[in-house]
Write a protein that binds this ligand. Structure first.
Ligand SMILES: C[S@@+](CC[C@H](N)C(=O)[O-])C[C@H]1O[C@@H](n2cnc3c(N)ncnc32)[C@H](O)[C@@H]1O
Length: 523
């Protein structure tokens, strides 16, 4: 269906009754189009009157974009360039001859001011606002109540890009990139699916089965055929798939997906795919908003997060939720921070699923120790300093602490302590008691891989005091071992480590200039 994409402006919550007046007087401060998120919408203009004021090349551009939508375009101007004149002669548009009159917009649904006279444009905007009509004033964002986005079109598909009028060059640049990246066959596939829409809906009534069918189509050779220009072959393949579609109600499954430490770029492709297919997402508190934003929009999201000491949802309730949704035939993603099998209770969850006959799969994620080490510039192993690495939980209670402290105290290894913020005093005391040197470098990485990441360097002796002094909070990971000190020289992400100059170790005592470009430093 031909349509025109347009965002709806959001009035600021405190917008005065005369917001239109602010707009009309050109005082854009209350409207701040670059700050207010706009609402994207696609308008059905078939048979609806749209007024374009102006008879020059800019108006022609707007008219040309409007006509394919089926709008009744009326063009008001004292004179027209030949291109518009010709449209008027064939009846494609209606010409309102003369200077702008507010009565022109009486029966319009949408108004476009495209003259080169700012006073006329302003008068059009004022008249439209007074009648609560959406108005676009070309190249004058403060006067606009809607903006026309940059568009990429492929058959019935339209991708609209808007910067809210704040950075049109950026939107244009992105459009150019999409133009080259999105194959023309996508449009042909869209056309094919539109043509057989009724048949698909009738043949595959269940929504879940239909989604599976579309996934299947997307992964089939239909698009390859279309790319080759084999439209008949593509259509035959589509019809076969409709006939053979699996319409049986599906049994639910659970995918345990590791979301990584926060940076959405660290999610695996498999994890992303499952998030896009999920009906329900049961996620932990540590899963970042950026990762959740990548999931299917209409997936139900349930936070089952736990904070140290504050169990929001008990483990048996999490089990019950997985079971309930999977038995209802839904695709469940159990999304966990880092990796599900590293201090994530993933083992218990799949044991439970197995016992209850629910199908599952496990998708690994980047565990916090790997991510924090990488983003802090701490090589976990190093030919000169560490030949092994151990992931340890610092969370176990003092009374049932059966950890191998004597083994941990040996040199030549790196220790990565999870959930360590509250247990630093105990870690320090145990390691010192078992002979680890007080000068051993330590690094605390708070919010690793996230924009707010902080790295605090200390030695085993100074660890608890340094953490207190810098108010280190969960989530944070503690590294103990020679390599921890290398962060002072090798860090590249976010701010320089705190304490990098404090002579915390023998290997790395010089902090890099925080302004120095990491790549330049490496070159
Ligand atoms: C319950 S454990 C979950 C570990 C998770 N399954 C993983 O593989 O990373 C939670 C602990 O992981 C560590 N952690 C998780 N995300 C972190 C991050 N972005 N920065 C620092 N530490 C993090 C903290 O030590 C936190 O207390």
């Amino acid at each position: 269906m031909p349509s025109l994409a347009l965002p709806t402006p959001v009035a600021p919550p405190t917008a005065p009754a005369d917001a239109a007046l602010c707009m009309a007087t050109g005082d854009a401060t209350d409207l701040q189009p670059e700050l207010n998120p706009l609402f994207p919408a696609f308008l059905d203009l078939r048979g609806r009157a749209v007024l374009v004021v102006g008879g020059g090349v800019v108006a022609l551009r707007k008219i040309t974009a409007l006509l394919p939508t089926g709008a009744r375009v009326r063009v008001g101007a004292p004179c027209l360039i030949p291109g518009i004149e010709a449209m008027s002669a064939t009846g494609a548009i209606e010409h309102l001859d003369g200077r702008f009159e507010p009565a022109w917009i009486d029966d319009a649904w949408l108004v476009v001011a495209a003259t080169d006279d700012p006073d006329v444009n302003r008068a059009v905007a004022e008249a439209a606002e007074a009648r609560r009509l959406w108005v676009n004033v070309v190249d004058d964002a403060p006067l606009c109540s809607f903006q026309v986005p940059a568009r990429v079109e492929r058959g019935p598909l339209q991708i609209a890009i808007s910067s809210g009028g704040g950075a049109p060059m950026l939107a244009r640049h992105l459009r150019e990139r999409l133009e080259t990246e999105i194959d023309e066959s996508v449009g042909a596939l869209g056309t094919l699916l539109v043509r057989h829409r009724r048949r698909i809906r009738a043949g595959i009534a269940d929504t879940g089965a239909r989604r599976r069918f579309f996934d299947d189509v997307m992964n089939s050779d239909i698009q390859t055929r279309l790319r080759r220009g084999d439209h008949d072959g593509a259509e035959r393949a589509l019809l076969t798939r409709i006939e053979q579609a699996d319409t049986a109600p599906r049994t639910g499954r659970v995918a345990l997906v590791g979301a990584g430490p926060g940076d959405a770029g660290l999610l695996t492709l498999r994890g992303l795919r499952l998030l896009n297919e999920a009906d329900v997402i049961l996620h932990d508190r540590l899963v970042s908003a950026e990762v959740l934003d990548l999931a299917r929009r209409d997936a139900e999201r349930i936070e089952v997060g736990k904070e140290a000491g504050h169990h929001h949802v008990p483990q048996d309730k999490i089990h019950a939720l997985m079971l309930e949704h999977a038995r209802a035939g839904r695709r469940v993603v159990r999304l966990k921070g880092g990796d599900a099998f590293v201090f994530g209770r993933g083992g218990e969850e799949i044991e439970f699923l197995r016992d209850h006959g629910i199908g599952y799969e496990v998708v690994p994620g980047i565990t916090a120790a790997l991510a924090c080490a990488a983003y802090a510039g701490i090589p976990l192993t190093h030919r000169d300093h560490a030949q092994s690495v151990r992931f340890v939980t610092a969370h176990s209670k003092a009374e049932n602490d059966e950890l191998d402290w004597a083994g941990f105290a040996r040199e030549g290894q790196t220790l990565a302590f999870y959930m360590g913020v509250a247990g630093l005093e105990r870690v320090r005391a145990r390691l010192l008691a078992h002979g680890r040197a007080g000068s051993t470098p330590c690094a605390l990485v708070e919010n690793g891989s996230r924009p707010e990441q902080r790295v605090v360097l200390a030695t085993l002796d100074t660890l608890p005091d340094t953490a207190r002094a810098h108010d280190v909070r969960s989530p944070a990971l503690l590294f103990v071992g020679e390599v921890a000190g290398l962060a002072a020289r090798l860090h590249w992400f976010g701010d320089a480590p705190i304490g990098a100059n404090a002579g915390t170790n023998d290997i790395a005592t010089t902090a890099r200039d925080p302004d120095e470009a990491p790549l330049a430093a490496a070159a």
